[in-house]
Design a protein. Structure first.
Length: 70
């Protein structure tokens, strides 16, 4: 173990993620997640009333695309 969190494969994640779960997955703050939403940088965003949820499959596909691009 090197002290770094292991990357998620997504299998254990719920279908709709909360902002705090996305923040943990991206290793950023919740505030950063909300800023990314405002800028349209994160796909799969759904608003349910005043709450924001993220579609797991869209987010994981986007993360994979980001990983391959760098």
């Amino acid at each position: 173990m090197n002290g770094r969190p292991e990357p998620h494969d997504g299998a254990a994640l719920p279908y709709l993620l909360r902002a705090d779960e996305v923040a943990e997955l991206l290793r950023v703050s919740r505030k950063a997640v909300y800023c990314m939403v405002d800028r349209g940088e994160i796909p799969g965003v759904t608003k349910i009333g005043r709450r924001i949820r993220f579609h797991r499959d869209d987010l994981l596909a986007w993360l994979e695309d980001q990983r391959l691009a760098h």
